[in-house]
Design a protein around this ligand. Structure first.
Ligand SMILES: [Zn+2]
Length: 427
């Protein structure tokens, strides 16, 4: 199996000078870079990438695939189909399945289901505490041996600083990053949107920015003391971004990600009471959005992750107060990244590839990914930065349709996804 991705514009942050090269893939690995006029080896299939960008396979650090337990919302197969259609070669599912992924058997099950689907790579994230109930530590070492790449109690953040400290010591000894959904529930409980002028106007209970900031600061301090690696999930507030910036300057091992909806929307989007604007953390006010864009510009934010959270339409059809938190995002993320960030001059293309591939691979220690240098695993995302297209929930590969961008026009998209040398999506 030989494949040459020819005539494209290669963007590999580890080799920025090689934009004109074609990428040769043999048996699932990148085996060389050819000049455009070089003759390809015999029997080589050609992928013509004229006018397209060729990047190392994108890695979504934060998704919810709902299997096991809530297969009516999503399965690993349907989530992976949505992932590759959105340009993601790899996805990292959070452990809040039913039962919770707090043991090696479930971690293994998820990887097996992904192998059966044969689409995206799935790198599971194990729970920090058993059942993510915040009390007893989960078997991190066994989950790591089964294939887990990080630990998190996403959605149910560890409330007790003493347990979080022990969790970080334990995770450090297993060399596992701890992913932190920063939300002090004693401040945010009962809230359904960002606390501010608009929540007051709409008469909805707010979740203050402080709930995120206080937890981010606490866990950065615990990371400093324990030497653990900490990754802040879906950062959304000025204060938390500032805390990460300061911590990085101090040399603390901290990274963070942002979702597409937090770099696109403000809480003004909630005004129509569309439950597809309800997520945790909530959409924030303009000053927080500005801080997110600044963090993307200056490198404080390391990654773009979707927080793809499928929910059945019956649940999202409830009134705003009662609807569940979360939206899908695998198929709209890159459209938003191009439209809102690249074409508006917030970030350039190299930075886009860093945010979606190189940095996620580094943070999770995914050796052989995040670059297309010879020897790498042949996961490739092919992008058309100029494609004009309209997203439609009806055509989504996800089992759930809770996405607020239905009917929205985008400028730029992923047009093909290659996993281990195999074309698994071509749009
Ligand atoms: Zn979360």
């Amino acid at each position: 199996m030989k494949l040459l991705i020819a005539n494209g514009h290669l963007i590999d942050p580890s080799a920025p000078e090689n934009t004109g090269m074609s990428v040769l893939i043999e048996d699932g690995r990148v085996t060389g870079w050819l000049k455009q006029n070089e003759t390809p080896p015999e029997g080589c299939e050609i992928f013509d990438a004229s006018g397209l960008l060729v990047a190392p396979g994108f890695i979504d650090m934060h998704v919810h695939l709902r299997e096991p337990g809530q297969e009516h919302k999503e399965t690993i197969a349907s989530g992976c189909a949505a992932a590759v259609a959105g340009g993601w070669a790899s996805v990292c599912p959070m452990p809040n399945t039913n039962p919770v992924n707090d043991n090696a058997a479930i971690t293994r099950y998820m990887i097996e289901q992904a192998a059966k689907a044969g689409l995206a790579n799935v790198f599971p994230i194990g729970a920090i505490t058993k059942s993510s109930d915040g009390s007893e530590l989960a078997e991190m070492g066994e989950m790591k041996a089964a294939g887990a790449i990080a630990v998190s109690d996403d959605g149910r953040p560890v409330p007790n600083a003493g347990i979080m400290r022990r969790a970080m010591q334990y995770a450090r000894d297993f060399d596992l990053p701890v992913i932190d959904h920063c939300e002090d529930k004693s401040l945010s409980s009962g809230g359904v949107m960002h606390e501010g002028r608009i929540s007051l106007l709409l008469g909805l209970k707010g979740m203050p920015a402080l709930a995120e900031e206080i937890d981010a600061v606490r866990d950065i301090l615990i990371a400093r003391e324990t030497g653990a690696r900490i990754h802040i999930a879906h950062v959304s507030t000025k204060g938390a971004i500032e805390a990460v910036r300061r911590a990085k300057n101090e040399g603390i091992n901290v990274t963070c990600e942002v979702t597409p909806h937090h770099f696109t929307f403000t809480d003004a989007a909630v005004e129509g009471y569309d439950t597809n604007t309800k997520m945790a953390p909530p959409l924030r006010s303009e000053d927080h959005l500005e801080a997110v864009l600044e963090g993307l510009r200056d490198g404080t934010i390391d990654a773009i992750a979707t927080d793809h959270a499928p929910h059945h339409s019956d649940e999202k059809a409830l009134e705003y107060d009662r609807a569940p938190f979360g939206i899908t995002g695998l198929e709209t993320a890159l459209g938003l990244a191009f439209t809102e960030l690249v074409h508006k001059g917030v970030i350039d293309l190299v930075r886009l590839v860093e945010l979606c591939s190189t940095n996620p691979a580094k943070i999770f220690g995914l050796t052989g990914r995040g670059s297309l240098t010879p020897g790498s695993i042949a996961d490739v995302t092919i992008l058309d930065p100029e494609l004009q297209w309209t997203y439609s929930n009806a055509e989504s590969r996800s089992k759930s349709k809770n996405n607020p961008f239905d009917g929205r026009q985008f400028h730029g998209a992923a047009v093909a996804t290659i996993v281990a040398g195999k074309v698994v999506f071509k749009g």
